[in-house]
Design a protein around this ligand. Structure first.
Ligand code: EPS
Length: 351
């Protein structure tokens, strides 16, 4: 059965929901695994007050018994503590440049700008993080491990030396109602050679991972390995030369001494670590200096609507991205080694 999932839910609706299908039976899955990832997603300097309201107490409604997957559809439900009665909230009219407000209201012919922001909100990434945590638990069975970290906030590269400078900048932006973007990096260790496929364009794993990460709100760029920097190098400097060591079991004895590719060649994993970086733009809600916009009902000049927002959500996006990458890698892993039970997949994998 192919792996697939759908999410539903609005940012201030009752709950977010996901149905996940295609994970094999027998994967050990403590629910604390989801809660840990959701806690990380809520944390980070510069997050909104909303994050203190949410405890993200995930409910698993189907597909898991005695801490193990059954091989049937898994239903995840994440109640919103900040739920409101959407029917009675005041109508919004002034779309924020950079959000879904204008395009969404025109596209769906809504009579309230709020409708689109409810579904386009980054709140949806909470339930995708939960799905990703399930996928991480599956891939952990094959010693595939995920991590991510912030490498830049605004213009400042992240290091122990710059940490306090960054905190000050976030604090200053918070006081002024400004927002900040940044860059984060995902590392995946323990991947086998050969996930993904170049026999059709849409099966290439670099493209699929890029789409998964780009779908996180406010992500504007994704690169692998040398990425954009590689464009300025010579061909002789930008590849990973191939060596052979007959004593090495991993990767059938083939060895690379560099990691310029970021772990993918022709959209297929090379058996090296996967390195993906993404750029997040500053969020578009500006609480003290709303940008110029137009009232969609009177067409008069006005200022963009103001909602509660994060000053800087880059650390949260780094956690979400790690999890959406886990979803895409799970799909690719099951395409190659798939089966109905973990036991069967382990046999396929060792073969
Ligand atoms: C978010 C939930 C939202 C925002 C933020 C991220 O909740 P609320 O609108 O109630 O404050 O805090 O969403 C955005 C900034 C956005 O642009 O969508 C979350 O759960 O991550």
């Amino acid at each position: 059965m192919p792996f697939r999932f759908l999410t539903a839910g609005e940012s201030h609706g009752q709950a977010l929901v996901a149905i996940v299908e295609g994970l094999p039976a027998g994967v050990p899955f403590p629910s604390s695994f989801i809660e840990d990832e959701l806690r990380l997603r809520r944390s980070g300097f510069g997050r909104s007050h909303r994050m203190t309201l949410e405890d993200d107490a995930i409910q698993i409604l189907s597909g898991i018994k005695n801490g193990k997957t059954l091989g049937f559809p898994i239903t995840l439900l994440l109640p919103n503590n900040a739920a409101k009665n959407l029917d009675t909230l005041p109508r919004l009219s002034a779309p924020r440049p950079g959000h879904a407000d204008l395009v969404g209201t025109l596209k769906f012919k809504h009579d309230d700008v709020r409708n689109s922001l409810e579904r386009a909100s980054a709140r949806e990434t909470a339930i995708r993080t939960a799905v990703g945590a399930l996928c991480q638990a599956f891939l952990k069975e094959f010693d595939i491990e995920f991590s991510s970290h912030v490498t830049q906030i605004g213009p400042i590269p992240m290091s122990i030396k710059t940490e306090s400078k960054i905190k000050k900048l976030i604090q200053k932006c918070q006081n002024e109602g400004e927002t900040l973007g940044g860059v984060f990096e995902i590392h995946v260790k323990g991947l086998p050679i050969g996930l993904g496929n170049f026999s059709q364009w849409d099966l290439k794993l670099d493209g699929r991972l890029a789409q998964a990460v780009m779908s996180i709100p406010a992500i504007k760029g994704v690169e692998f390995g040398l990425g954009f920097y590689g464009a300025s190098l010579l061909g002789s400097q930008a590849q990973d030369e191939i060596f052979y060591n007959k004593k090495q079991k991993k990767n059938f004895g083939y060895v690379r001494k560099t990691l310029h590719s970021g772990g993918l060649e022709a959209g297929v994993t090379t058996g090296q670590d996967l390195i993906l970086r993404a750029a997040m733009k500053p969020l578009s809600t500006l609480t003290q200096k709303p940008l110029k916009t137009v009232n969609m009902f009177t067409k008069e000049k006005t200022q963009a609507l103001v909602q509660r927002t994060d000053t800087c959500a880059v650390p949260a996006a780094a956690i979400v991205a790690k999890n959406v990458a886990a979803i895409e890698l799970t799909k690719a892993f099951l395409e190659k080694f798939g089966g109905d039970s973990l036991e069967e997949i382990k046999k396929n994998y060792s073969a």
